[in-house]
Write a protein that binds this ligand. Structure first.
Ligand code: WTA
Length: 668
């Protein structure tokens, strides 16, 4: 957090009193395979929720035995505390993630579809059954083993949205290796930093990726990154496009050549509940991304339990999450939740706009999708493109999910009316990379919803609204503050890779005894939660999480930049956009070419999705006398609230404010 300005300034929850409540549509029940969801009404939710809070060991113990197949049962459900930062779940238990996601379903029904691959070009794709998935996962597990990967080693995955990404996740888990997925939109510099931080010795990638008709040079980017990763012994390359790619003999190996060499079965490695399952780097308040670590049993349980109750997944369902496997949404809801529950999951390679704005709906219709899950940024784009792109009946849809950012009421209603034809239940799910699975969310088919509210806590989650200044919990309803949780839950991140102190300081030491989310929130008169957005320096661009400090660090790498300050501004399409204020070292010419170079610098250091939408070149930044940049002032100026700057007398040079206002206004 910066500058102590953490108090959410969003409207008070009283506003929420006037919004409509939407009940589960009748059609939800009519088209339901069992005519009712797993949980029969809000009262049953309340009863189960109460038990999950009052008797968490009993609740989670039962849930874990129901949803996970154990090699060896556990005796202790939970140990540790939020104060201590040493939470552990299902101790003594042993299990394997790939067994739980593949084998147990393949044994029962090898011909059941596991992956529905929808390629970038319409008509391109295939179905992979659980039986086939098992064989592929096993062969790749052999390949990794032969490449020297051992239990506990990290493997870097830099892969587009293809079935092989899912196979790679599961092959790692089969031999007890820890996957560290790097979103394929990250630059080679970001990839390098994550490979080095995680100490990965093997990287899996493709020759190229395809997305929205465009080609992504994944292998080239890996080569660039590996120039500075001397510890990487091997790079395994899946041939996606067949393009000529540079090759480093001995280090680089073709996926298809290696897979041929090995048998189609390898026994799963039995892992402890608390063995790491994966690392996923995410942005926080400071510059360096954190390797958030999740462990095996607790995470899988969170994925399976939310899949079952939030999406109301049933055996015959076909689940479509539009998130990328490079982010947590893809980890939990493309891969682990649907596969834990043994249903088919869509791997969608392209974009919602390619070849046209009907692509999602074509896919939903074609595969008779029952649950669809996507970020509001995509919905805003599709809403703007026009309703005529949504001609499809999509009659199998029961649940429509939203994730990653607040969804505006008009977008929520569009989703419900135009996509769902008022026949599907909309669930706005709030969670984070660190929470592993949904924490505040309606349950599909159960919870009455209000557009814009993530509604009520999931099982085991005990939210607190905290006064950010005093750090005291604010009790009762109709309150506003920052959001924290009072109890540990199974799928919470256990640590930041090789930086446990940072984990403690970011999440558990901010308010002692609580998990701090970093978000502002309100609780309305009915106990419904309204997420207001981050109170720290994290910005959310099209559902991609970025820290302003990260973008600033990238800008400063440019030789002409003296200082940089980055703020998030609200943006109609992307939710938030990055705006940068930059002062330039003397002797450099200020022109459009320089601005272009600065944008390129950010693309190179982080990735294209982080590129600033606006760069303001200013003579100086607003700073306190001790030299601290007052980003709050910049945020107000770009929001057009220059009349609400508050006290600027503490600035070392208050006159810079007027210069900045003029610069911003001249660009509008
Ligand atoms: C935001 C994405 C409002 C929030 C799963 C959180 C949301 C951050 C919602 C985590 C929602 C996520 N409504 N805001 N339903 N879901 N957020 O780690 O600010 O990429 O802290 O995880 O996204 O982003 P992350």
């Amino acid at each position: 957090m910066s500058e102590g300005d953490v108090k959410p300034t969003a409207p008070v929850v009283a506003e929420a009193h006037n919004v409509d409540t939407y009940h589960v549509p009748k059609a939800f029940f009519e088209k339901h395979p069992n005519k009712k969801p797993h949980i029969d009404g809000l009262d049953q939710y309340k009863k189960m929720y109460k038990e999950s809070i009052e008797e968490p060991d009993k609740f989670w113990g039962n849930m874990a035995r129901e949803l996970i197949t154990w090699d060896r049962d556990f005796q202790t459900v939970h140990s540790g505390s939020l104060e201590g930062g040493d939470n552990a779940w299902f101790l003594e238990g042993r299990l394997n993630a790939s067994y739980n996601c593949v084998d147990r379903h393949a044994i029962k029904n090898p011909d059941k579809p596991a992956i529905i691959y929808e390629g970038d070009e319409a008509g391109e794709g295939r179905i992979i059954t659980y039986g086939e998935l098992l064989r592929e996962v096993c062969k790749l597990a052999w390949v990794l083993k032969e490449m020297g990967v051992r239990k506990g080693d990290t493997v870097a995955l830099y892969l587009p949205m293809i079935p092989e990404a899912v196979i790679a996740f599961l092959a790692c888990t089969r031999i007890g290796a820890v996957h560290s997925v790097i979103f394929a939109g990250f630059s080679s510099d970001s990839l390098r930093d994550r490979i080095i931080d995680a100490q990965s010795k093997v990287v899996i990638t493709t020759d190229e990726g395809k997305r929205g008709g465009k080609v992504i040079g994944t292998k080239k980017l890996v080569d660039e990154a590996l120039k500075q990763c001397p510890d990487v012994a091997h790079c395994l390359v899946f041939k996606r496009t067949g393009a000529e790619v540079p090759w480093t003999e001995k280090r680089d190996l073709w996926w298809h050549d290696e897979m041929e060499k090995y048998p189609s079965y390898i026994a799963p490695e039995s892992m402890s509940s608390e063995d790491p399952l994966f690392l996923l780097y995410t942005s926080g308040s400071t510059g360096k991304p954190k390797g958030v670590m999740h462990t095996t049993a607790g995470y899988l349980l969170g994925a399976a339990a939310t899949g079952k109750y939030v999406f109301d997944i049933h055996d015959s369902d076909r689940f479509f999450c539009g998130g990328d496997v490079g982010w947590i949404t893809g980890h939990t809801y493309v891969v682990y939740a649907p596969l834990m529950l043994g249903v088919a999951t869509v791997v969608f390679e392209g974009t919602p706009a390619y070849p046209d704005f009907s692509r999602y709906w074509d896919t939903v219709e074609k595969h008779k999708i029952t649950q669809f899950y996507v970020a509001p940024t995509a919905l805003r784009l599709l809403k703007r493109a026009g309703d005529h792109h949504v001609k499809h009946q999509m009659e199998h849809l029961r649940v429509l999910g939203s994730v990653g950012e607040p969804i505006a009421a008009e977008v929520w209603k569009w989703y419900f009316e135009i996509v769902g034809k008022e026949n599907a239940h909309v669930v706005d799910t709030y969670w984070q990379t660190e929470t592993g699975s949904h924490v505040i969310t309606p349950l599909g088919g159960v919870t009455p919803t209000k557009p814009g509210s993530a509604s009520l806590p999931f099982f085991g989650i005990e939210p607190a609204i905290v006064d950010p200044v005093s750090g005291k919990e604010i009790h009762g309803n109709d309150v506003e503050g920052v959001l924290a949780f009072k109890k540990p839950w199974p799928s919470m991140a256990r640590t930041v890779w090789r930086a446990h102190k940072r984990y403690m300081d970011t999440y558990l030491n901010v308010y002692k005894g609580l998990y701090f989310t970093g978000d502002g929130a309100g609780r309305d008169h009915e106990g419904y939660y309204w997420i207001r957005g981050r109170v720290d320096d994290v910005v959310n661009v099209s559902g991609h999480r970025l820290s302003t400090a990260e973008v600033e660090a990238a800008l400063i790498e440019h030789q002409a930049v003296a200082e940089a300050a980055v703020v998030g501004v609200s943006d109609e399409l992307t939710g938030q956009a990055v705006n940068a204020f930059v002062s330039i070292k003397e002797g450099n010419e200020i022109n459009d070419a320089l601005k272009k170079e600065l944008v390129l610098q950010v693309r190179k250091s982080i990735g294209p999705f982080a590129a600033p939408k606006m760069i303001y070149i200013v003579p100086d930044l607003p700073k306190t006398r001790s030299g601290k940049i007052m980003r709050r002032i910049l945020r107000k100026i770009v929001a057009g609230e220059e009349d609400q700057l508050g006290d600027t007398s503490t600035l070392s040079d208050p006159s810079v404010v007027d210069v900045i206002i003029e610069e911003v206004q001249s660009k509008k």
